[in-house]
Design a protein around this ligand. Sequence first.
Ligand code: PMT
Length: 421
Amino acid sequence: MASGNSPLAGRHILLGITGSIAAYKAAMLCRLLKTAGADVRVVMTPLAKQFITPLTMATLSKNPILVEFFDPENGAWNSHVALGEWADCLLIAPATANTLAKMATGVADNLLLTTYLSARCPVAVAPAMDLDMYAHAATQQNLRTLAARGVRIIEPAEGELASGLTGKGRMAEPETIAAFVGGLLDEKKKTLEGKRLIVTAGATIEAIDPVRFISNHSSGKMGYAIAGELAARGAAVTLVSGRTALETPVGVERVDVLSAAEMYEASTAAFDGADGAVMCAAVADYTPAEVAERKLKKGDGEMTLTLRRTRDIAAELGARKGKRVLVGFALETHDEEAHAEAKLERKHFDFIVLNSLRDAGAGFRGDTNKVTFIDRTGREELPLLSKREVAARIADRIEQIMERSGEKHDADTAPAQSRKS
Ligand code: PMT
């Protein structure tokens, strides 16, 4: 891989090496990354030193190797936070079953693991182990946990293993790993760097009494996918989230709320310094007029609950919007387009994402959605996609709107002379 146009050129790769026989391949991997123009620093676990010498890795990376939390000679501190901030990508190759398990459970007993916990950059792991260890339910569960948190797994290959057995568990070849990391960094071009965006997600909860509440079926998956995608493109994202079981996407600042009123406060406060917002939450339109202080007791007859309107967060942000980008959602069950178009206008959205409960695989809870984008120039109907893919399409549109408004701003502020030419 030649440098120059390589997505690795000039990028900071933090290479983590753990105690596996495949550590010998880390030397070749380091060379490939360096040849492609990357700046490589190496963190080794103590056991990794038994498999490849720090001298080899220091010579190839042209940087001192880090193993301990501090240098025993002079007490100099190896800051895991600084390492995490320096890295554009943390690549752990080889990654043993032991290190994967520790990563999945948050154990922080060496410099590599503390660096992983502090890193805000993309993280990739190249597992290497015996076939039975790789196939074990615990290892597979750990890999799924890490993948769900955004860690990219570079699949091991099938082949002859150090144990003499043959099967899946052999670390991917250095060329494959270097290409994977190149793709990862290319994919994560920071196209929204410097932008501050708000995403609302999940369901709100309106208390009736200390025991009961009114809510809806939103899981937060769609909004969390959007927050993760925008953060991966470099935006500073504030995720205003109703109650969900989901993990916060990497690099996202999360503000937990319960009720529509709390979501209103958190979203309007964050909007002041923001460049835009995506309103994906399923917000209650009505809340009990009074919340009983004690559990309501049942009587013989019917019970009537008086509800009052909540404040419309999206409409409020729409009224204050100015040049900011505002994206809305419409969840409909009938007359979909007419309802969505009315919301587009009423709430001053730049575009609205329509999903209908009449479409299989769309809407609440699942991992897929089927959406139509509607703006003032027309509509774009997308096929059934993963929520991640839908999030990427929404992020593409946000970028386009920001680009256009930047171009317009440049044209408006250009000197009269150059505007004519
Ligand atoms: O969370 P998931 O399980 O992944 O499900 C995703 C989803 C179905 C919740 C999502 O795709 C979606 O459609 N979200 C919006 C649901 C909704 O409440 O739509 P609405 O048509 O009622 O509201 C229109 C718009 O106004 C929305 O952008 C909504 O966030 C916003 N709104 C509504 C009421 C209110 N008081 N304040 C608001 O900001």
